[in-house]
Design a protein around this ligand. Structure first.
Ligand code: SAH
Length: 326
Protein backbone atom coordinates (compact mmCIF):
# COMPACT_ATOMS: atom_id res chain seq x y z
CA UNK A 1 0.00 0.00 0.00
CA UNK A 2 2.87 2.36 0.82
CA UNK A 3 4.61 1.74 -2.50
CA UNK A 4 1.41 1.75 -4.54
CA UNK A 5 0.29 5.09 -3.04
CA UNK A 6 3.75 6.67 -3.42
CA UNK A 7 3.64 5.77 -7.12
CA UNK A 8 0.04 6.91 -7.39
CA UNK A 9 0.55 10.36 -5.85
CA UNK A 10 3.81 10.88 -7.77
CA UNK A 11 2.43 9.84 -11.14
CA UNK A 12 -1.28 10.66 -11.34
CA UNK A 13 -3.61 13.53 -10.72
CA UNK A 14 -5.40 12.15 -7.66
CA UNK A 15 -8.16 14.74 -7.90
CA UNK A 16 -9.43 12.97 -11.02
CA UNK A 17 -10.32 10.06 -8.76
CA UNK A 18 -11.70 11.79 -5.68
CA UNK A 19 -12.50 15.18 -4.24
CA UNK A 20 -11.82 16.51 -0.76
CA UNK A 21 -13.37 19.12 1.53
CA UNK A 22 -11.01 22.02 0.61
CA UNK A 23 -11.77 21.39 -3.08
CA UNK A 24 -15.53 21.54 -2.41
CA UNK A 25 -15.61 25.05 -0.90
CA UNK A 26 -13.05 27.69 0.08
CA UNK A 27 -14.97 28.06 3.37
CA UNK A 28 -13.36 24.83 4.63
CA UNK A 29 -9.78 26.15 4.50
CA UNK A 30 -10.91 29.54 5.74
CA UNK A 31 -12.53 28.22 8.93
CA UNK A 32 -9.53 25.96 9.57
CA UNK A 33 -7.28 29.01 9.20
CA UNK A 34 -9.44 30.77 11.79
CA UNK A 35 -9.17 27.68 14.03
CA UNK A 36 -5.38 27.86 13.79
CA UNK A 37 -5.43 31.58 14.61
CA UNK A 38 -7.61 31.15 17.69
CA UNK A 39 -5.42 28.31 18.95
CA UNK A 40 -2.37 30.55 18.38
CA UNK A 41 -3.97 33.21 20.59
CA UNK A 42 -4.54 30.68 23.38
CA UNK A 43 -0.88 29.63 23.02
CA UNK A 44 0.13 33.20 23.98
CA UNK A 45 0.74 34.42 20.39
CA UNK A 46 4.23 32.98 19.88
CA UNK A 47 6.24 34.62 17.09
CA UNK A 48 7.37 32.78 15.06
CA UNK A 49 4.84 29.96 14.97
CA UNK A 50 5.00 27.14 12.45
CA UNK A 51 1.87 26.44 10.41
CA UNK A 52 2.39 22.91 9.15
CA UNK A 53 0.24 20.90 6.79
CA UNK A 54 0.60 17.16 6.19
CA UNK A 55 -0.33 16.01 2.67
CA UNK A 56 -1.53 19.36 1.28
CA UNK A 57 -2.75 17.95 -2.08
CA UNK A 58 -3.23 20.91 -4.41
CA UNK A 59 -2.41 23.39 -1.66
CA UNK A 60 -5.98 24.68 -1.60
CA UNK A 61 -6.57 24.40 2.15
CA UNK A 62 -3.36 26.28 2.99
CA UNK A 63 -4.03 28.95 0.36
CA UNK A 64 -7.56 29.58 1.69
CA UNK A 65 -6.40 29.48 5.33
CA UNK A 66 -3.60 32.02 4.76
CA UNK A 67 -5.87 34.40 2.83
CA UNK A 68 -8.49 34.24 5.59
CA UNK A 69 -6.08 34.90 8.46
CA UNK A 70 -4.44 37.74 6.56
CA UNK A 71 -7.87 39.36 6.64
CA UNK A 72 -9.11 38.53 10.14
CA UNK A 73 -5.93 38.10 12.19
CA UNK A 74 -2.96 39.83 10.50
CA UNK A 75 -0.61 39.44 13.52
CA UNK A 76 -1.00 35.66 13.26
CA UNK A 77 -0.33 35.79 9.52
CA UNK A 78 2.81 37.81 10.18
CA UNK A 79 4.08 35.30 12.76
CA UNK A 80 3.44 32.22 10.60
CA UNK A 81 6.17 30.18 8.92
CA UNK A 82 4.66 27.67 6.50
CA UNK A 83 5.96 24.08 6.34
CA UNK A 84 4.44 21.49 4.02
CA UNK A 85 4.99 17.74 4.37
CA UNK A 86 4.51 16.29 0.89
CA UNK A 87 6.07 13.24 -0.72
CA UNK A 88 4.89 13.78 -4.29
CA UNK A 89 7.07 16.05 -6.49
CA UNK A 90 4.11 16.57 -8.77
CA UNK A 91 1.85 17.83 -5.99
CA UNK A 92 4.68 19.97 -4.58
CA UNK A 93 4.65 21.87 -7.89
CA UNK A 94 0.91 22.51 -7.57
CA UNK A 95 1.36 23.60 -3.95
CA UNK A 96 4.09 26.06 -5.02
CA UNK A 97 1.57 27.74 -7.29
CA UNK A 98 -1.23 27.78 -4.71
CA UNK A 99 0.96 28.94 -1.82
CA UNK A 100 3.46 31.38 -3.33
CA UNK A 101 4.97 31.99 0.09
CA UNK A 102 8.64 32.71 -0.48
CA UNK A 103 9.52 31.09 2.81
CA UNK A 104 7.33 27.98 2.50
CA UNK A 105 9.43 24.88 3.05
CA UNK A 106 8.74 21.34 1.87
CA UNK A 107 9.56 18.15 3.75
CA UNK A 108 9.39 14.42 2.98
CA UNK A 109 8.20 13.72 6.51
CA UNK A 110 7.55 15.41 9.84
CA UNK A 111 11.09 14.47 10.96
CA UNK A 112 12.71 17.39 9.17
CA UNK A 113 10.18 20.07 10.20
CA UNK A 114 12.18 22.29 12.58
CA UNK A 115 11.56 21.98 16.31
CA UNK A 116 12.69 25.53 16.98
CA UNK A 117 9.16 26.93 17.46
CA UNK A 118 5.70 25.78 18.53
CA UNK A 119 3.43 24.63 15.73
CA UNK A 120 -0.16 24.44 14.61
CA UNK A 121 -0.45 21.39 12.38
CA UNK A 122 -3.30 20.54 9.98
CA UNK A 123 -3.89 17.23 8.19
CA UNK A 124 -6.97 16.62 6.05
CA UNK A 125 -7.33 13.18 4.48
CA UNK A 126 -3.66 12.41 5.07
CA UNK A 127 -3.76 9.50 7.53
CA UNK A 128 -6.16 7.48 5.37
CA UNK A 129 -3.52 7.27 2.63
CA UNK A 130 -0.92 5.66 4.90
CA UNK A 131 -0.36 1.88 4.75
CA UNK A 132 -2.23 -0.54 6.98
CA UNK A 133 -1.71 -4.19 7.95
CA UNK A 134 -4.58 -6.69 7.96
CA UNK A 135 -4.83 -9.63 10.35
CA UNK A 136 -7.45 -12.39 10.09
CA UNK A 137 -8.68 -14.75 12.79
CA UNK A 138 -8.39 -18.33 11.54
CA UNK A 139 -9.60 -20.85 14.11
CA UNK A 140 -7.58 -20.45 17.30
CA UNK A 141 -4.82 -18.45 15.61
CA UNK A 142 -4.17 -15.43 13.43
CA UNK A 143 -2.80 -14.80 9.96
CA UNK A 144 -1.50 -11.65 8.34
CA UNK A 145 -2.39 -10.75 4.77
CA UNK A 146 0.41 -10.08 2.31
CA UNK A 147 0.38 -9.32 -1.38
CA UNK A 148 2.20 -11.82 -3.58
CA UNK A 149 2.15 -11.85 -7.38
CA UNK A 150 -0.90 -9.58 -7.41
CA UNK A 151 -2.93 -11.68 -4.99
CA UNK A 152 -3.61 -11.67 -1.25
CA UNK A 153 -1.96 -14.52 0.63
CA UNK A 154 -2.24 -15.25 4.35
CA UNK A 155 0.64 -16.31 6.53
CA UNK A 156 0.47 -17.41 10.18
CA UNK A 157 1.14 -14.45 12.49
CA UNK A 158 1.02 -13.30 16.07
CA UNK A 159 -2.19 -11.49 17.00
CA UNK A 160 -1.77 -7.70 16.97
CA UNK A 161 -0.19 -6.79 20.32
CA UNK A 162 -2.05 -4.79 22.99
CA UNK A 163 -5.23 -4.66 20.94
CA UNK A 164 -8.52 -5.02 22.79
CA UNK A 165 -10.20 -6.16 19.57
CA UNK A 166 -8.24 -9.47 19.63
CA UNK A 167 -10.14 -10.77 22.68
CA UNK A 168 -13.25 -12.64 21.56
CA UNK A 169 -12.76 -11.87 17.85
CA UNK A 170 -14.87 -14.46 16.00
CA UNK A 171 -13.38 -16.81 13.42
CA UNK A 172 -12.91 -15.03 10.09
CA UNK A 173 -12.89 -11.52 11.51
CA UNK A 174 -10.34 -9.07 10.11
CA UNK A 175 -8.46 -6.43 12.13
CA UNK A 176 -6.74 -3.54 10.43
CA UNK A 177 -3.76 -1.94 12.13
CA UNK A 178 -2.77 1.48 10.83
CA UNK A 179 0.74 1.43 12.17
CA UNK A 180 1.96 4.32 10.04
CA UNK A 181 -0.98 6.56 11.00
CA UNK A 182 -0.49 5.72 14.69
CA UNK A 183 3.21 6.55 14.40
CA UNK A 184 2.26 9.97 12.98
CA UNK A 185 -0.25 10.53 15.83
CA UNK A 186 2.47 9.63 18.36
CA UNK A 187 4.97 11.93 16.66
CA UNK A 188 2.47 14.81 16.61
CA UNK A 189 1.54 14.19 20.25
CA UNK A 190 5.19 14.24 21.33
CA UNK A 191 5.86 17.35 19.31
CA UNK A 192 3.00 19.48 20.66
CA UNK A 193 3.71 18.24 24.20
CA UNK A 194 7.37 19.31 23.92
CA UNK A 195 7.44 22.33 21.62
CA UNK A 196 3.87 23.50 22.23
CA UNK A 197 0.94 23.93 19.90
CA UNK A 198 -1.79 21.72 18.51
CA UNK A 199 -2.48 19.30 15.67
CA UNK A 200 -5.85 18.86 13.95
CA UNK A 201 -6.52 15.59 12.14
CA UNK A 202 -9.55 15.33 9.83
CA UNK A 203 -10.28 12.03 8.17
CA UNK A 204 -12.84 9.28 7.84
CA UNK A 205 -13.20 6.39 10.18
CA UNK A 206 -15.00 5.25 13.31
CA UNK A 207 -14.69 6.89 16.75
CA UNK A 208 -14.29 3.48 18.38
CA UNK A 209 -11.88 0.78 17.34
CA UNK A 210 -13.79 -2.01 15.60
CA UNK A 211 -12.99 -5.10 13.56
CA UNK A 212 -13.67 -5.01 9.83
CA UNK A 213 -12.07 -4.31 6.48
CA UNK A 214 -12.01 -0.82 5.06
CA UNK A 215 -9.21 -0.95 2.49
CA UNK A 216 -10.60 0.56 -0.69
CA UNK A 217 -9.41 1.65 -4.09
CA UNK A 218 -10.88 4.46 -6.16
CA UNK A 219 -10.13 4.84 -9.83
CA UNK A 220 -11.92 7.52 -11.84
CA UNK A 221 -14.20 8.13 -8.88
CA UNK A 222 -15.36 4.48 -8.82
CA UNK A 223 -14.50 1.61 -6.48
CA UNK A 224 -11.83 -0.62 -8.02
CA UNK A 225 -9.84 -3.77 -7.22
CA UNK A 226 -7.03 -2.59 -4.88
CA UNK A 227 -4.58 -5.14 -6.30
CA UNK A 228 -5.14 -4.35 -9.97
CA UNK A 229 -2.43 -2.17 -11.60
CA UNK A 230 -0.79 -0.90 -8.37
CA UNK A 231 -0.07 2.83 -8.47
CA UNK A 232 -3.02 3.69 -10.70
CA UNK A 233 -5.76 3.90 -8.05
CA UNK A 234 -6.10 5.77 -4.76
CA UNK A 235 -5.80 3.33 -1.85
CA UNK A 236 -7.26 4.32 1.51
CA UNK A 237 -8.36 2.76 4.77
CA UNK A 238 -10.45 4.09 7.63
CA UNK A 239 -8.53 5.82 10.40
CA UNK A 240 -8.91 4.24 13.85
CA UNK A 241 -9.49 7.48 15.77
CA UNK A 242 -9.65 5.84 19.20
CA UNK A 243 -6.23 4.28 18.60
CA UNK A 244 -4.85 7.58 17.25
CA UNK A 245 -6.12 9.36 20.37
CA UNK A 246 -4.43 6.75 22.62
CA UNK A 247 -1.16 7.17 20.71
CA UNK A 248 -1.34 10.95 21.16
CA UNK A 249 -2.04 10.68 24.89
CA UNK A 250 0.75 8.13 25.39
CA UNK A 251 3.11 10.64 23.75
CA UNK A 252 2.12 13.36 26.24
CA UNK A 253 -0.58 15.36 24.42
CA UNK A 254 -4.08 16.24 25.58
CA UNK A 255 -6.70 14.90 23.20
CA UNK A 256 -9.99 16.54 22.17
CA UNK A 257 -12.57 14.58 20.18
CA UNK A 258 -12.94 12.72 17.97
CA UNK A 259 -15.91 14.88 17.00
CA UNK A 260 -18.04 14.35 13.90
CA UNK A 261 -16.83 16.70 11.17
CA UNK A 262 -20.34 18.10 10.66
CA UNK A 263 -20.85 19.46 14.16
CA UNK A 264 -17.21 20.61 14.34
CA UNK A 265 -17.55 22.70 11.17
CA UNK A 266 -20.91 24.12 12.22
CA UNK A 267 -19.39 25.24 15.53
CA UNK A 268 -16.58 26.94 13.63
CA UNK A 269 -19.14 28.98 11.67
CA UNK A 270 -18.87 27.16 8.34
CA UNK A 271 -22.55 27.76 7.57
CA UNK A 272 -22.33 31.54 8.06
CA UNK A 273 -19.26 31.68 5.83
CA UNK A 274 -20.87 29.53 3.14
CA UNK A 275 -24.03 31.64 3.15
CA UNK A 276 -21.95 34.80 2.80
CA UNK A 277 -20.18 33.22 -0.18
CA UNK A 278 -23.53 32.13 -1.60
CA UNK A 279 -24.81 35.72 -1.41
CA UNK A 280 -21.67 37.03 -3.12
CA UNK A 281 -21.86 34.45 -5.93
CA UNK A 282 -22.13 35.98 -9.39
CA UNK A 283 -24.94 33.73 -10.58
CA UNK A 284 -27.60 31.36 -9.21
CA UNK A 285 -25.41 28.36 -10.10
CA UNK A 286 -22.64 29.75 -7.88
CA UNK A 287 -25.09 30.24 -5.01
CA UNK A 288 -26.43 26.72 -5.42
CA UNK A 289 -22.87 25.31 -5.50
CA UNK A 290 -22.06 26.85 -2.12
CA UNK A 291 -25.24 25.59 -0.50
CA UNK A 292 -24.63 22.13 -1.94
CA UNK A 293 -21.03 22.23 -0.65
CA UNK A 294 -22.18 23.00 2.88
CA UNK A 295 -24.68 20.18 2.72
CA UNK A 296 -22.03 17.73 1.58
CA UNK A 297 -19.54 18.67 4.30
CA UNK A 298 -21.97 18.85 7.19
CA UNK A 299 -24.90 16.47 6.66
CA UNK A 300 -24.67 12.97 8.14
CA UNK A 301 -25.49 11.45 4.74
CA UNK A 302 -22.50 13.29 3.25
CA UNK A 303 -19.18 13.77 5.03
CA UNK A 304 -20.67 15.08 8.29
CA UNK A 305 -20.60 11.96 10.41
CA UNK A 306 -18.28 9.36 8.82
CA UNK A 307 -15.58 12.04 8.87
CA UNK A 308 -14.12 12.81 12.31
CA UNK A 309 -11.92 15.51 13.73
CA UNK A 310 -9.32 14.90 16.44
CA UNK A 311 -7.12 17.52 18.12
CA UNK A 312 -3.84 16.76 19.89
CA UNK A 313 -2.82 19.71 22.04
CA UNK A 314 -0.25 20.81 24.58
CA UNK A 315 -1.85 19.89 27.93
CA UNK A 316 -1.90 23.50 29.12
CA UNK A 317 -4.16 24.68 26.28
CA UNK A 318 -7.90 25.06 26.74
CA UNK A 319 -10.34 23.02 24.67
CA UNK A 320 -9.80 24.24 21.08
CA UNK A 321 -12.67 25.74 19.04
CA UNK A 322 -15.19 23.21 17.78
CA UNK A 323 -14.64 20.72 20.63
CA UNK A 324 -16.41 22.66 23.39
CA UNK A 325 -18.61 19.79 24.44
CA UNK A 326 -17.42 17.00 22.20
N1 SAH B 1 -5.08 17.29 2.14
C1 SAH B 1 -5.40 17.33 0.73
C2 SAH B 1 -4.95 16.09 -0.04
C3 SAH B 1 -5.37 14.75 0.47
S1 SAH B 1 -4.70 13.45 -0.54
C4 SAH B 1 -6.86 17.63 0.54
O1 SAH B 1 -7.60 17.59 1.50
O2 SAH B 1 -7.26 17.89 -0.60
C5 SAH B 1 -3.30 12.90 0.41
C6 SAH B 1 -2.11 13.81 0.39
O3 SAH B 1 -1.09 13.22 1.21
C7 SAH B 1 -1.48 14.04 -0.97
O4 SAH B 1 -0.96 15.34 -1.00
C8 SAH B 1 -0.36 12.99 -0.97
O5 SAH B 1 0.66 13.23 -1.92
C9 SAH B 1 0.12 13.07 0.45
N2 SAH B 1 0.78 11.87 0.96
C10 SAH B 1 0.30 10.60 0.93
N3 SAH B 1 1.15 9.75 1.54
C11 SAH B 1 2.19 10.51 1.98
C12 SAH B 1 3.39 10.21 2.71
N4 SAH B 1 3.68 8.97 3.09
N5 SAH B 1 4.23 11.23 3.00
C13 SAH B 1 3.94 12.51 2.62
N6 SAH B 1 2.82 12.84 1.92
C14 SAH B 1 1.96 11.86 1.60
Amino acid sequence: MARANAAYYAGQDPFRDFTTAPEITQAFGEVLGAWAGIVWQTMGKPDPVLLVELGPGRGTLMRDALRAVQKVLPPFRAAVQVHLVEASPRLREQQRTAVPEAAAAWHDSLDSVPRSAPAVILANEFLDALPIRQFARRGAGWTERWVEKGRFVERPAEAPAADARVEGAPDGSVLEVGQAALAVAAQLGARVAREGGAALLLDYGPSRSAPGESLQALRGGRPADPLLDPGTADLTAHVDFAAAARAGVAAGAAVHGPAPQGSFLVRLGLMQRVFALARQARDPAGTAAQVEAARRLVEPTGMGSLFKVLALCHPSLPSPPGFEDA
